[in-house]
Write a protein that binds this ligand. Structure first.
Ligand SMILES: NC(=O)c1ccc[n+]([C@@H]2O[C@H](COP(=O)([O-])OP(=O)(O)OC[C@H]3O[C@@H](n4cnc5c(N)ncnc54)[C@H](O)[C@@H]3O)[C@@H](O)[C@H]2O)c1
Length: 252
């Protein structure tokens, strides 16, 4: 398949660009969660101005601003993006981490549960991407980092069926957005992490399946990858799924 566009697309130049992200304005949804706090700290340390959106912004860390925003609410999302643009001059990076879901067998999943998982995951991710797109385009480009899961790419974990479906929807949207928005120099990638700041979050058997023998760190492993993808070093990477899982996927 050819991805030729009507107008020629010049390769983005890094000439004169700062290596740090000190001109970047980043929005992180789910930014007060376990991974979100680490991602926000990593982006801030790289020089970005970071705004976390979350149902509970009081838990945010290492951000310029934390806003209460339910990403299932279109008006709240629009207001949050408008506030960021008004106060910080634009948006260059969007990290979509917010996700609501509950573990349960597929036979027990209600319509309300399906709405929660799909509206907070793929629908909210696309909505935030649509809201940020014009501001990224106006800056000459930007980076979107979405969040999927090995639960979707590989399956096999009981009780995660609807969650897995929503995460695969996010990967599908990511791939198409990378094609549609490539001409705008907006790169769209998706992460599948295995990381936590809580060593007791999963049973030790989870570590047994990780070749590198440890869980990922939200700031250095996941946040570090986000900084890489959003910054100049990631300027030729789009449409990809990156597994930040210590090699765990090989065993599932
Ligand atoms: N931790 C992992 O190893 C792992 C593995 C695979 C995928 N993920 C994905 O990474 C992302 C972050 O995971 P985490 O481990 O930090 O989870 P977490 O539950 O600690 O954080 C999720 C955050 O999203 C927020 N949130 C939920 N629904 C929201 C809504 N409607 N509006 C705004 N905020 C909302 C929560 O308040 C919470 O702060 C999620 O998308 C998750 O599915 C994580």
């Amino acid at each position: 398949m050819a991805y030729r566009t009507e107008t020629a697309v010049a390769a983005p130049s890094n000439e004169g660009a700062p290596q740090e992200m000190d001109t970047d304005v980043a929005i992180v949804t789910g930014g007060a969660g376990d991974l979100g706090r680490g991602v926000c700290r990593a982006l801030t340390k790289a020089g970005a101005t970071v705004v976390a959106l979350d149902l509970d912004p009081s838990r945010a860390d290492g951000v310029e601003r934390a806003l209460r925003c339910d990403v299932m609410d279109p008006a709240a999302c629009a207001a949050a993006v408008e506030e960021v643009v008004r106060d910080f001059g634009g948006v260059s990076t969007l990290v979509n981490l917010a996700q609501g879901w509950n573990k349960m067998p597929l036979l027990e999943v209600s319509d309300a549960e399906m709405r929660l998982v799909f509206e907070s995951g793929p629908m909210a991710s696309l909505r935030m991407m649509q809201l940020c797109h014009p501001y990224m385009k106006a800056r000459g480009g930007g980076a979107v980092i979405n969040c999927a899961s090995a639960s979707g790419t590989q399956g096999g974990v009981r009780g995660e069926g609807v969650y897995a479906g929503a995460k695969e929807a996010i990967r599908g949207i990511t791939k198409h957005a990378s094609v549609e928005w490539g001409p705008d120099n907006i790169r769209v990638n998706v992460l599948c992490p295995v990381a936590t700041s809580d060593p007791n979050r999963w049973p030790p058997t989870v570590i047994d399946r990780i070749p590198l023998g440890r869980l990922g760190d939200p700031e250095t492993d996941v946040g570090g990858t986000v900084v890489f993808l959003a910054g100049p070093s990631g300027s030729f990477i789009t449409g990809r799924t990156l597994f930040i899982d210590g090699g765990a996927g090989m065993y599932r």
